[in-house]
Design a protein around this ligand. Structure first.
Ligand code: ADP
Ligand code: MG
Length: 475
């Protein structure tokens, strides 16, 4: 991932010497040894809703649970970050707005502690106006840098949650950051947006911050089953590979591993004022963020073996023990009988009844399929069931006008009633070619052409590549 460990290095932006009796507390800014500079990472994407805040909070929480001292900075006027911590702040609480606009506001006044080892600076909605106010200030792009420097010694990692724009707030983040992570979805349009973002970072590297590097593409809300997503990842990786060793800020960028799967628990957690490790430590979302943090720390040469919390060694890390399996089977059984009681009809479980099933119940039901299932109208619709004469006689299918018209049903009845006239069959065929909307779905019985996963991804990649050639990542 990151080849070079994060060595204590000469400070990129040396801390200003504290004035006598000044704001900086003794021992904080100047030690006998120069303070080790934290890794300052901006999570940047000019698009909203891509997972910047979710990743800032949960990566930060994971780093903190690995024993790192973490500071999160909310630079987004939507001020969503603090919602993840359930920390109420009074009107006297100073925010990032004060920090950026008020020369007397010290960083210590704005920092709040969310969890052990995890501090944050909240934002406010008025931050939207800050862009305009900051623009009038001299040295506006470096305000954040000068405010953060005095507390560098207090943290190992600083994560900057950027707004969904490339305005002055993002420029402030890019001026102080050593690295940029780009949270994005593995889709075609975000891939095009990446180009603009890289150009912005390139500009910053030519003036305000020559050492800035884009080091990670952080895939969020990932759907691993989509061949399009796999094709996009392949394309990002091959595009990035072309820049290895070149003099561009993204020459060492990689796609961070693993991608963060789409997981509803990540969306639910902030409504409880919790990080994913508080809310659902065993869910795939927690597991993904923990594993990314673990790998990053390894790449940086920082400790990553002791994780404080249930996330490590959780459900997804290890196969469930027989005891856990037995317990979950018992729980599923209980849910089934509760569902049956709710219907008040029969003690026997009817898998086709309309009782709202929890996934566990549904799973349990699957394994206890009764022969009755084949008789249900629902079952009659399935192509497998259509084979059975019983299913073909299904009164629902015969009566429903919708069903009668449906080409799907016509097709299945075609297979069951061999007496259909050749003329009628011809009409059906003509209909098939002329009326697209009524085109029957392919029968699952028909042998599918042997198209491998690789072929599908290759086809998608070809489609993605075509437009990228005319001005993709090639800056
Ligand atoms: P941004 O900060 O880029 O605007 P957010 O982190 O706020 O994006 O995410 C946008 C929405 O998507 C939020 O409701 C968040 O809870 C949800 N979300 C983020 N990541 C995931 C994920 N992996 N699975 C499901 N929902 C997610
Ligand atoms: Mg956000």
């Amino acid at each position: 991932m990151h080849e070079e460990p994060h060595e204590p290095q000469p400070e990129l932006h040396p801390s200003p010497a504290p004035e006598a009796g000044g704001d900086v507390e003794a021992g904080e800014a100047i030690d006998a040894e120069p303070a080790r500079k934290p890794r300052v990472i901006a999570l940047l994407n000019q698009k909203g809703g891509v997972g910047k805040t979710t990743s800032t909070v949960n990566l930060g929480a994971a780093f903190a649970r690995y024993g790192q001292r973490v500071l999160l900075v909310d630079l987004d006027p939507q001020s969503n970050l603090s919602l993840h911590f359930g920390v109420e702040s009074g009107p006297e609480q100073r925010t990032i707005r004060d920090l950026l606009l008020d020369p007397t506001c010290r960083i210590e006044d704005a920092v709040q502690t969310a969890r052990p080892g995890l501090d944050f600076i909240p934002a406010v909605t008025e931050l939207a106006l800050v862009e305009g106010e900051l623009a009038q200030q001299e040295g506006m792009q470096t305000v954040l840098r000068s405010k953060l420097e005095p507390v560098y010694g207090n943290y190992d990692v600083v994560l900057l949650d950027c707004p969904p724009s490339l305005g002055v707030l993002s420029v402030n983040a890019l001026t102080v950051a050593d690295e940029v992570f780009v949270p994005m979805q593995a889709h075609y349009l975000p891939l095009r947006g990446l180009e603009k973002l890289l150009q912005t970072v390139h500009l910053i590297s030519q003036g305000l911050n020559p050492t800035i590097r884009v080091t990670g593409i952080l895939l969020c809300m990932h759907d691993g089953s989509s061949s399009h997503a796999r094709a996009v990842i392949g394309e990002i990786e091959s595009q990035l590979a072309q820049f290895r060793g070149m003099d561009v800020p993204w020459s060492t960028a990689t796609v961070l591993d693993p991608p963060v799967r789409r997981n509803i628990k990540l969306a639910e957690a902030p409504s409880f004022g919790q990080t994913i490790f508080d809310y659902a430590p065993h869910c795939p979302g927690a597991d993904d963020y923990r594993r990314i943090a673990e790998q990053l720390l390894a790449g940086w040469g920082l400790p990553n073996t002791a994780f404080d919390g249930a996330g490590r060694g959780g459900a997804s890390d290890a196969a469930p023990s027989p005891k856990r399996k037995r317990k979950s089977a018992q729980r599923a059984k209980r849910e089934v009988s509760a569902a049956v009681k709710k219907t008040g009809k029969s003690k026997k479980v009817n898998p086709t009844s309309k009782v709202k099933k929890s996934p566990k119940v549904a799973k349990a039901m699957k394994t206890t399929k009764s022969p009755k299932a084949a008789e249900s109208p629902k079952a009659a619709k399935s192509p497998k069931a259509a084979k059975s004469p019983k299913a073909a006689k299904s009164p629902k299918a015969a009566k429903s006008p919708k069903a009668a018209k449906s080409p799907k049903v016509t097709k299945s009845s075609k297979s069951s009633t061999t007496k259909k006239s050749a003329a009628a069959q011809k009409t059906i065929r003509t209909k098939k070619t002329t009326n697209r909307s009524s085109r029957p779905r392919k029968s699952s019985k028909a042998p599918k052409p042997a198209r491998s996963k690789q072929m599908r991804v290759a086809k998608q990649t070809k489609r993605i590549r075509r437009p990228l050639r005319s001005g993709g990542l090639s800056l």
